[in-house]
Design a protein around this ligand. Structure first.
Ligand SMILES: Cc1ncc(COP(=O)(O)O)c(C=O)c1O
Length: 383
């Protein structure tokens, strides 16, 4: 049996041809394929606007910038996420606070969030960065109510959840990143994610003013938008209105993204089928799985289980060339955050989860045979 990673990109002949076409075209970057990718992605998640960027980390940075994070700002996020969800606040000089997770879905615990907001003087917190961890969408409708009550903005870290959704009270599908609840949502196109660009990311929003500002900040803060130019010397003329960055994606990456996007829906369907097989296989065993309520459309970037002796299972799987992974070492326990005074003991649910979690292989091209091999190894381990 060949090595089985926890996540893997799927590159087809059509993907290669799409990239080749761009390589042979006039534009390797700042060309038309970026706009095509943005338009198609916005349509995929049902948002008004999309801004493609070099990766999700820089996308999160731009989002904290446009929401006005600065020294003195305090923002809440979850301890069980990749460091970037918290780091983006630090890039702008703001402070992060963590609310513990809900063990039933591994997402930021909204009851805890409410308690934190009620215990702090009004105006203490400016915003919240929930994460659709593993592809399980956070209850963004309830979070919007909480945020509105306390005057907070929401940047949804939806890196794990393109294609994820919640069914609202009226029975309508609310797709992650559709702009109806979060101010901004951010997606990643790292190869282990749903859509691979090599590196890449997308910000979605329904707020046109935020969209226009993000577009400028992605390119140095430079604009040619005639309605805001202070002067106009001719066709070449541009102005730089604020300090931005070069956070652009290339047309080469965007071409891969557009081609991958064509299969994104089918990819989520396949991921759900793999999850269902795992769920069935682990029912009535000592493996803890996550129960997904009917109203939740899980996007299954990851399939996470919890077992008593996680390290032994991790090592055992590696012996069989199954490269399961751990998501995540809690952010407050990373040395950089520890130095700021965070202690993992303050987040008992995150701490307990970390002791036992392991992410099993989950990607559309995982074969049933490979999955059965993984299941057999896990089951023989837990007995
Ligand atoms: C939850 C989450 N946020 C942000 C990021 C950063 O994404 P990128 O690698 O595209 O910068 C990742 C990537 O792993 C992630 O998992």
């Amino acid at each position: 049996m060949k090595a089985i990673p926890y996540g893997r990109q799927d590159i087809t002949v059509a993907d290669i041809e799409a990239v080749t076409r761009v390589l042979q075209s006039d534009y390797l970057t700042t060309g038309p394929t970026i706009k095509e990718f943005e338009d198609k992605f916005a349509q995929y998640v049902g948002a008004k606007h999309a801004v493609a960027i070099a990766n999700a980390t820089v996308g999160l940075h731009l989002c904290t910038m446009v929401m006005g994070v600065k020294p003195g700002s305090k923002v809440i996020t979850t301890p069980i996420t990749f460091a970037a969800s918290a780091n983006c606040v630090r890039y702008c000089g703001g402070e992060v606070d963590f609310a513990d997770i809900d063990p039933s879905n591994l997402l930021i615990d909204l009851d805890q969030v409410e308690k934190m907001l009620e215990a702090a003087p009004a105006g203490t917190y400016e915003g919240i960065i929930p994460v659709d961890f593993a592809g399980f969408p956070v209850d963004i409708m309830r979070l919007r109510d909480i945020a509105d009550h306390h005057g907070l903005w929401i940047i949804e870290d939806a890196c794990h959840a393109p294609g994820g959704y919640l069914i609202d009270g009226e029975g309508t599908k609310q797709l992650c990143g559709n702009g109806a609840f979060a101010d901004l949502s951010v997606f990643s196109f790292h190869p282990v994610k749903h859509i691979a660009c090599g590196e890449g990311g997308m910000i979605t929003t329904n707020d046109t003013a935020l969209y226009r500002r993000l577009m400028r900040l992605r390119t140095h803060g430079i604009t040619k938008e005639v309605d805001i130019l202070e002067e106009n010397h001719g066709g070449w003329y541009y102005e730089m209105h604020e300090l931005g960055y070069n956070y652009r994606i290339t047309d080469i990456q965007a071409a891969l993204g557009v081609s991958q996007l064509d299969r994104a829906r089918a990819g989520v369907v396949r991921r759900r089928a793999i999850a269902e097989r795992y769920d069935l296989a682990f029912a009535d065993t000592a493996v803890t799985t996550i129960n997904v309520p009917e109203k939740v459309g899980h996007a299954f970037h990851l399939y996470v289980i919890q077992v008593v002796d996680r390290k032994q299972l991790y090592d055992r799987l590696r012996e069989h060339k199954i490269y399961a992974q751990i998501h995540y070492i809690p952010v407050p326990s990373l040395p950089y955050y520890k130095r700021q005074g965070f202690k993992i003991e303050d987040y008992p649910n995150a701490s307990n989860y970390y002791e036992h979690c392991i992410s099993l292989p989950m990607y559309p091209s995982l074969t049933d045979e490979e999955q059965d091999f993984v299941i057999d190894q896990v089951k023989s381990f837990v007995g």
